[in-house]
Write a protein that binds this ligand. Structure first.
Ligand code: NAP
Length: 242
C-alpha cells in the first residue's frame, strides 16, 4: 500500500482528499490511499513522518507551504524559485516541489488578456502565483498587511490602482470555509467589466471576494480548476520515481 496525504491546518475546507479518492476509484488504483494530516505546528513535522513510515508523498496547504521548506533535503528548481513547497516526495530524502505554479498558470491560460495583476496576500500560494505570472509576462504587485519593499498595503490601494490592474487574485485565506463572511478590504467599486477576480479559494464556490467583484461588473474564477491541476501534477511527481 502506498500512502499519500495532505499536510496543513485546518483541513476542514479542503477538497483534496475527495479528489484523490475519486481519482483512485475512477482509474482503478487500489494500492494507494490519501489521508488528511492536520498539523497545527510545523515543528511536529518530523514526528509525523516517524509515526507514518509508509508515507510516500504529501501535498501541503495553508499555513505550511513556506515553513516546510526548512525541513526539505532538496528542492526542485521551481520550489527553490518560489520559496514554497506544495508537494513532497518522501524517499530516503525529502524533496520539495511546487506544482501550484503550473496549476495556476494552466488554469489562467484561456483568460490571458491581462497585463497587470494585484496579488492579495504574501504567503506560499501568493509566491507561487507571482512566479507563474512572471512566466506569463504579466507584471504583478503583492498586497500585504505588513508590506515589504516593493509591496503595497491595503490602505495604499487607490481606486486608480484597482482600475489599472485588471487581474486581482485573492491568495489570502479570507472567505474560505468556515470564515465565509470575510473578504479582503479593497475598493471593489473601482473594478469593471475588463477585470477578472480570481480567488484561489474554491470552498465556498463563490466567495464574498468573487461576489463583490461580480457586483462591480468583473468576471470571476475560483480555485477549483487550479486545485485539480496542481493535484494531478503532484500525482505525476510522486509517480515519476515509483
Ligand atoms: P498562507 O501561507 O497562510 O498565506 C496566506 C497569506 O494571506 C498570508 O501570508 C497573509 O499575507 C495573508 N493573510 C492571512 N490572514 C489574513 C487576514 N486575516 N487578513 C488579510 N490577509 C491575511 O496560505 P497559502 O498557503 O498561501 O494559501 C492561501 C489561500 O489560497 C488559502 O485559502 C488556500 O486554501 C488557497 N490555495 C488554493 C490553491 C488551489 O489549488 N486552489 C492552492 C494554494 C492555495 P500578509 O501577512 O502579507 O497580509
Amino acid at each position: 500500500m502506498r500512502q499519500y496525504g495532505l499536510l496543513g491546518f485546518p483541513l476542514s475546507h479542503s477538497f483534496s482528499q475527495a479528489y484523490f479518492k475519486e481519482k483512485f476509484h475512477k482509474e482503478g488504483i487500489k494500492d494507494c490511499s490519501y489521508e488528511l494530516f492536520p498539523l497545527e505546528d510545523i515543528k511536529e513535522f518530523r514526528s509525523l513522518l516517524k509515526k507514518n513510515p509508509d508515507l510516500k508523498g504529501l501535498t501541503v496547504t495553508t499555513p505550511h507551504k513556506v515553513s516546510v521548506v526548512d525541513y526539505m533535503d532538496e528542492l526542485d528548481e521551481t520550489a527553490a524559485k518560489v520559496g514554497a513547497v506544495n508537494t513532497i516526495l518522501i524517499g530516503e530524502k525529502l524533496k520539495g516541489f511546487n506544482t501550484d505554479v503550473a496549476g495556476f498558470k494552466e488554469s489562467l491560460k484561456p483568460l490571458l488578456l491581462h497585463k497587470k495583476a494585484l496579488i492579495l496576500g504574501s504567503g506560499g500560494a501568493a509566491k507561487a502565483v507571482r512566479v507563474a505570472l512572471q512566466q506569463l509576462n504579466i507584471s504583478s504587485l503583492i498586497v500585504s498587511r505588513t508590506p515589504d519593499d516593493g509591496q503595497l498595503s491595503y490602505e495604499g490601494l487607490s481606486p486608480e490602482l484597482i482600475s489599472t490592474h485588471t487581474l486581482i487574485i485573492n491568495a489570502t485565506p479570507l472567505g474560505m470555509f468556515p470564515y465565509v463572511e470575510t473578504y479582503p478590504q479593497i475598493p471593489y467599486s473601482a473594478a469593471g467589466a475588463d477585470h477578472l477576480f480570481y480567488d484561489l479559494t474554491y470552498n465556498p464556490e463563490e466567495s464574498r471576494f468573487l461576489f463583490k467583484g461580480k457586483q462591480a461588473g468583473a468576471k470571476a474564477k475560483n480555485g477549483l480548476e487550479m486545485l485539480h491541476l496542481q493535484a494531478d501534477y503532484a500525482w505525476e511527481t510522486w509517480n515519476s520515481v515509483n
